[in-house]
Design a protein around this ligand. Structure first.
Ligand SMILES: C[S@@+](CC[C@H](N)C(=O)[O-])C[C@H]1O[C@@H](n2cnc3c(N)ncnc32)[C@H](O)[C@@H]1O
Length: 257
């Protein structure tokens, strides 16, 4: 039976070194002799992680409060709730509050987009269909520029806003509830478009573009849907710099030549 509370023993340096494996144990705080975790809050991830734990650990009689949503390492980011332990020095983190916006970070489309951000140039961005807001938060955390984030789902806008505030990054993002069709051409030209949306939203976005964007990351597309969207951005002068396929979806990044 998975213990409710666990202390993973080790000093800060050793905890940091193994953090990518340890975060599945759901760390809630770091103490002088190790890291306190609440593994039962995410048993599917924490069970295997405890079995493979590279450091000594002991069960605690104390039951830590359950952090929610569960933390995970995704695309090199520690995605955590506000109730989890903060990332150790040198580990990049994204904060996700509880909510109903799309975007459990381990969804294949979100993960592929996060991975491909490194291929995109710095510029102000538009997070088209922001869901729970992980892409706009990552863009700001990387110091790439400001973001206009929109979604037609009010629950997504609310979760993105709360998550950005919890991360202290809300001042770099303008939130808007509304459809892609309400974006104006001048809001898209020269920007980086973070567009993990279904095909109809991509088509709507393309119909709004006047001056070409600086770059795009495109996902939410099935493999058979992506080619036509890529052709449309090629016609705007963008070239592919990264592409991937996972979980039945495609992700493509393109940059103005
Ligand atoms: C696949 S989710 C991606 C969420 C987030 N960007 C991510 O990568 O985790 C797509 C999001 O786009 C939103 N969406 C879909 N069609 C839209 C449209 N026409 N206008 C605005 N938002 C839309 C959905 O509400 C959903 O939150």
């Amino acid at each position: 039976m998975l213990p409710a509370g666990v202390l993973v023993c080790g000093g800060p340096e050793v905890i940091t070194r193994h953090f990518a494996l340890l975060c599945a144990l759901q760390p809630v705080r770091v103490e002088a002799d190790g890291m306190v975790c609440a593994p039962r809050s995410a048993p599917e991830a924490a069970g295997p992680a405890l079995a493979a734990c590279p450091l000594p650990w002991r069960a605690l009689s104390e039951v830590p409060a359950w952090p929610d949503p569960p933390a995970a390492m995704v695309a090199g980011w520690y995605r955590r709730s506000p109730a989890h332990a903060a990332a150790p020095e040198g580990v990049r983190e994204l904060i996700q509050t509880p909510g109903e916006g799309f975007g459990p970070a381990d969804h294949a489309t979100t993960a592929m987009c996060l991975e491909q951000l490194e291929h995109l140039p710095a510029a102000d961005a538009v997070d088209v269909g922001c869901g729970s807001g992980l892409l706009c938060q990552a863009w700001v955390a990387l110091g790439r520029g400001r973001v206009l984030a929109c979604d037609l789902d009010g629950r997504a806008v609310d979760q993105t806003a709360r998550s950005l505030a919890a991360a202290g990054r809300e001042d770099r993002v303008t939130m808007r509830r509304g459809p892609v069709a309400a974006l104006r051409a001048e809001e898209l030209g020269g920007r980086v478009l973070l567009a993990n949306v279904p095909l109809p939203a991509h088509e709507s976005l393309l119909s709004r573009i006047g001056r070409p964007p600086r770059a795009v990351v495109l996902s939410g597309l099935r493999p058979g849907q992506a080619a036509a969207v890529v052709v449309a951005y090629r016609a705007l002068g963008l070239e592919i710099v990264a592409e991937d396929e996972r979980g039945g979806f495609r992700a493509v990044s393109m940059v103005a030549a």
